[in-house]
Each structure stands twice: as structure tokens, then as C-alpha cells.
Design a protein around this ligand. Structure first.
Ligand code: ATP
Ligand code: MG
Length: 392
């Protein structure tokens, strides 16, 4: 019965001329999301509101689900649109709306009429009273409650008449594309897809980089990362995923550096390569799924040591989260099941039994000098041979 959706968005940060950028980007993202849904949709901006109009049959569930992945949307209200007509006739449409939208009819309700078409006779107050009366007569078990109604029934009288009362939560945030681009270090774990989702939610476009180490890490492990990128892309839009072959560098570190420093040194080279790729693709920052204290390489000392090689800001949106809090978001955004598939990543193979938890930067730098004859060429090769996959 619904033929349109009224889209409500949060007002924060979208005043003045930014409002148009925000709205136009939001509409572009909605169009992108709806392209994959069965049906014909058109989006219109009217008097500070955004409507999704449908032509002909469409898949309601799929359309709602697509819109629930578009950042910037706070609420999705399914709307019934009828021709404008006299009050008694509209009353019948309202009765049929309530009949179809609710299985039982014993709730409290409140009418809210907006007369956008000022030629329509009567004031909003009068129309509220008239429609309210019509509904009370049709549904004797319903009651009016103006303070805390179970059904808030809204009627907007324009060229046509829009009836709605339900609100489906959107994902919130800002439309992707309103806030620059960042490079996500995406591993096959639980945390990094969540980190990408969180930064993307603030309107940031995402590129990603994955370090793999064949034959120590399998094709299947790489496919898992592609799958995760695709799940994040449901929210963020298309992601350019750079797959960097890290084997040579990892083996060199393994051969030449103290094993308790392996992870830190490896993480430093990952950050370096990620930053180079980020610069080349116009990213303004890096994103990781690090959380203080989660593992040896994420103590405050380790984070400081890793961070030291970057000049770009590194965004770590889950830095203060407990594992369970991250898992909760992973479950919500549907990445969890994929993340827990048991495919090794390069970090699990080259881990030391007793990694340092308080790396000393001087020692780390000294260890890294053991790589000085080979590392520049290796970094160059890693960058040059990186494979880029467009994931959408
Ligand atoms: P995740 O954080 O995704 O669950 P993890 O817990 O195994 O993975 P670490 O290995 O400690 O995390 O790495 C911390 C962060 O470094 C990750 O969140 C991710 O951003 C980045 N990272 C680690 N390994 C890789 C990799 N192979 N490719 C790309 N980024 C990686
Ligand atoms: Mg982690």
C-alpha cells in the first residue's frame, strides 16, 4: 500500500550553504543504493524534505533495507499518497490507512495535519479535530492521547495528500562523500571492518589496503577480505581495495630482526606503505581497527611506535572500545560471521611467542637498520605490484 518514503535526516552540521551539499550528496547516495532494488524510484526534494517516489510495483523490503544502509538518513517513513479531496472523502482514506497499517485498532493516537496547500479549506486545527472524529467513529476502541500517543498519524495536504505514521530507523551519520577520503587498513579480523564502517558513517569515502603474504596466507584469506570489503561497501559505497604482497618484506624482517619486535616492525612498514597508497589516491588519513591493550602490538607504547612512521592522521575509531562492544557493531553491520571464518592472516603466522609490549623506539630503529640495504627496493616493489580491486 505504501508508494513513497519520506526521508528524515539529522539537522546537525547542515546549515547554510552546506545544506545543499549535504542534501544533494544524500540523494546521490540514495539513488546509488536503490539502483540495485527491483522497481522504479525517483527522489525529489520538496520544501526541505526528501521523498522517494515509486512508479509501479517495487520490492518494499529491499527498498527499506537499501535505504537503511545510506548514511545521513535518520528515519524512513513509509507514505501512502492519495489524491486531494474533500474532508469526508479523505477520512475514508485515513480509515483504510489505519486498517491496513495496523493489525489491531485499540491504540491511542494523535492527529497531525499540515496544510502545505493553503487553498485547502479549514485550518490545521479544524482538520485535526475532523479527522480525529472520523477515526474515533470508525474505531471505537481507539483513544486520543496528545501527549504520548501510540500512533502519531500525520497527514500532509499538498497537491496530493501524504499519509504516514510509521518510522523505520536509518543508520544516521553523514552522507558518504561530504567529508573527504581515508585509507582503511583492512585485515580479515573483526575490528577493522567496524572501524571502516564508523569512519564512513561520518561521511568519509573509504579506500582500503590489505597486506597478504602468499603462500603463507591463502587465496581464501584474501577472498575473505574482499568479502568484508563488500559488506562495508554496502554502507560506504564502492571501495578501491589495494592488495599488497607483503611476503618479501615479512620474510626479511623475520630473518634479520629480533623476533620479539617482529610485529611492531611489520606494523610500521604496513603503515608506511598504507600512507604512500593513501597519498597517491588523495586520502587525508589512515584508519585502523586498533583498540588500546587488545594485543601486545596495541599497548600505548606499541601504538606510539607504530604511529611514529606516519605523518598523516591515523583514525582509530574503536580505540576505547572493549572487544564485545566492537563485536556488537560487527553483528549489527553483518560483518561478524565473515570475520570469524578461520583463515589465517599474515600476522598470525609470523607472530613471536613473547612479543614486546613496551617497545623501545631506539631499539626498533636500530633493528630496522638491519634492513637498510634491501628495504627501499622491497617497499618500491610492494607498491608497484599492488593489485587494485574495485569492490561494490
Ligand atoms: P582486526 O583488528 O581487523 O580484528 P586484528 O585484531 O588481527 O585484526 P591486529 O593484527 O592487531 O588486528 O592489527 C591491528 C590493525 O592493523 C587492524 O585493525 C588493521 O587495521 C591493521 N591490520 C592488521 N593486519 C593487517 C593486514 N594484513 N592488512 C591490512 N591491515 C591490517
Ligand atoms: Mg584487532
Amino acid at each position: 500500500m505504501f508508494t513513497a518514503f519520506l526521508i528524515k535526516y539529522a539537522e546537525i552540521g547542515i546549515k547554510g550553504k552546506n545544506r545543499y551539499i549535504f542534501e544533494d550528496t544524500l540523494i546521490a547516495r540514495m539513488n546509488q543504493a536503490l539502483r540495485k532494488v527491483e522497481g522504479s524510484f525517483s527522489i525529489s526534494k520538496e520544501m526541505g524534505r526528501i521523498y522517494v517516489n515509486t512508479q509501479g510495483p517495487f520490492d518494499y523490503q529491499e527498498a527499506v533495507e537499501a535505504l537503511q544502509h545510506v548514511f545521513g538518513i535518520a528515519e524512513i517513513c513509509p507514505v501512502v499518497i492519495v489524491e486531494s479531496k474533500p474532508v469526508e472523502e479523505l477520512g475514508k482514506d485515513l480509515i483504510s490507512y489505519v486498517e491496513h497499517a495496523y493489525p489491531v485498532h485499540n491504540q491511542t493516537f494523535k492527529m497531525h495535519v499540515r496544510r502545505a496547500n493553503k487553498r485547502y479549506p479549514g485550518t490545521s486545527m479544524e482538520l485535526n479535530a475532523e479527522f480525529g472524529g472520523i477515526l474515533l467513529e470508525a474505531f471505537p476502541q481507539m483513544r486520543v492521547d496528545v501527549h504520548n500517543p501510540e500512533i502519531f498519524l500525520q497527514v500532509e495536504i499538498r497537491e496530493k495528500v501524504y499519509i504516514y505514521s510509521q518510522s523505520i530507523p536509518g543508520p544516521g551519520g553523514m552522507p558518504v562523500g561530504t567529508n573527504g577520503k581515508a585509507m582503511l587498513l583492512l585485515s580479515g579480523g573483526i575490528d577493522s571492518p567496524v572501524a571502516g564502517y564508523m569512519i564512513s558513517k561520518r561521511g568519509v569515502t573509504i579506500d582500503a589496503v590489505y597486506f597478504h603474504a602468499p603462500p603463507y596466507t591463502s587465496e581464501r584469506a584474501k577472498q575473505k577480505v574482499v568479502d568484508l570489503a563488500r559488506l562495508v561497501a554496502k554502507y560506504s559505497g564502492p571501495i578501491h581495495l589495494h592488495v599488497v604482497n607483503f611476503t618479501e618484506i615479512q620474510l626479511a624482517i623475520y630473518e634479520k630482526c629480533p623476533h620479539d619486535e617482529l610485529t611492531i616492525i611489520m606494523r610500521r612498514y604496513m603503515m608506511k606503505i598504507a600512507e604512500e597508497l593513501a597519498k597517491k589516491s588523495g586520502c587525508l588519513g589512515l584508519i585502523t581497527g586498533e583498540s588500546i591493550g587488545q594485543v601486545a602490538s596495541q599497548t600505548m607504547h606499541s601504538l606510539a611506535a607504530t604511529n611514529e612512521v606516519c605523518t598523516m592522521p591515523v583514525f582509530r575509531p574503536v580505540i576505547g572500545f572493549d572487544k564485545q562492544e566492537i563485536v556488537d557493531i560487527a553483528l549489527k553491520i553483518d560483518t561478524y560471521e565473515t570475520s570469524i571464518q578461520p583463515f589465517e592472516d599474515c600476522c598470525t603466522i609470523f607472530v613471536a611467542k613473547h612479543p614486546v609490549t613496551k617497545p623501545n623506539l631506539e631499539y626498533i630503529r636500530k633493528s630496522e637498520t638491519k634492513l637498510q640495504d634491501v628495504i627501499d627496493d622491497m617497499l618500491k616493489t610492494a607498491l608497484e605490484t599492488a593489485e587494485t580491486i574495485l569492490v561494490e
